[in-house]
Design a binder for this molecule. Structure first.
Ligand SMILES: C[S@@+](CC[C@H](N)C(=O)[O-])C[C@H]1O[C@@H](n2cnc3c(N)ncnc32)[C@H](O)[C@@H]1O
Length: 276
């Protein structure tokens, strides 16, 4: 990165949110310099430091556990959990061991994964007849597959169930690449373009979508009419043509990006003003 002088290194989220943002605006950096500077700082920060101010350090497992507990309490029974893509089980294993879970299934074709169903999500949904209360979509990180996984999950969800979609808030254009990286060669964090699936869903008035501002972006999809409070409604077909740059400028609105507390209000149907 040439031209911009990096501020001194620090590891706290406060540093990013206050000092780096202030540095960027006080120096009136153009967009490409801003992106270079931000990527350089991001590469030196721990992941949690880029969470929203009210969500620092929270994880997908915190969200999935919280929603599972709510669901179990509201139905007075144990619940059924499905994860699409579980890899080594960092999230799936603790979920499957939770005392409030009855059925825990995971679909992942990787023979080394801890999945209960060694197949792709599309093959799984062709024959599945089980309903689930909570579905965590974290399989192939390409928008058309993510969108198809969400659509199939909506048909598979028990009444008032909830879908959570990981990796919907990529931090950099390289993390948002639509091409699957060679993980052996490129030691990169890859969110893919799952964000496009979330933007596309935002154009559908029949579903409600918001994204938790933590752990790479945890979108929540609920089968109910879209909340009226959305500041900006993406247009249908947006995913097909959306560039990372346009997404980056509008991510708060496109993803309906909410901090933890705002997300909890929104899930309960009591939308609060966006504070981020
Ligand atoms: C990011 S990892 C999942 C991480 C895990 N959910 C967690 O929270 O720790 C993505 C997984 O999706 C799996 N995957 C890739 N394509 C898939 C597909 N078409 N259907 C289901 N799983 C898929 C990969 O094998 C990989 O293990």
């Amino acid at each position: 990165m040439e031209g911009a002088v990096l501020p001194p290194f620090h590891t706290t989220a406060e540093y990013w949110h206050e000092n780096v943002q202030a540095y960027i605006s006080s120096h009136s950096l153009d967009h490409s310099t801003y992106t270079d500077l931000r990527d350089a700082v991001i590469s030196r920060l721990p992941a949690a430091a880029l969470d929203g101010p009210g969500s620092i350090g929270l994880t997908r497992t915190d969200l999935i556990s919280t929603l599972s507990t709510w669901r179990s309490k509201s139905t007075s029974r144990k619940i059924n959990y499905l994860e699409i893509g579980c890899a080594g089980g960092e999230n799936f294993t603790p979920m499957s061991e939770s005392p409030i879970i009855d059925i825990a299934h995971c679909v992942d074709p990787d023979p080394k994964s801890v999945s209960t169903h060694k197949m792709t999500s599309s093959n799984f949904f062709k024959t599945n007849i089980q309903n689930y209360d909570i579905i965590f979509v974290d399989g192939l990180h390409q928008w058309s597959t993510a969108l198809s996984d969400i659509a199939s999950s909506l048909l598979t969800l028990s009444p008032e169930g909830v879908i959570i979609v990981h990796d919907s808030n990529p931090r950099t254009s390289s993390a948002a690449s639509p091409t699957v990286p060679n993980f052996e060669v490129d030691k990169v964090a890859w969110n893919g373009d799952v964000y496009k699936a979330i933007v596309e869903l935002g154009s559908n008035p029949n579903v409600d979508v918001a994204t938790g501002y933590f752990d790479e972006g945890c979108a929540v999809v609920i089968d109910r009419p879209r909340s009226k409070e959305r500041l900006l409604v993406p247009r249908e077909g947006a995913a097909e043509v959306l560039s990372y740059e346009v997404f980056d400028r509008n991510r708060k609105e496109f993803l309906n990006l909410l901090d933890w507390e705002e997300l909890m209000y929104w899930i309960e149907g009591e939308a609060q003003p966006v504070k981020i």
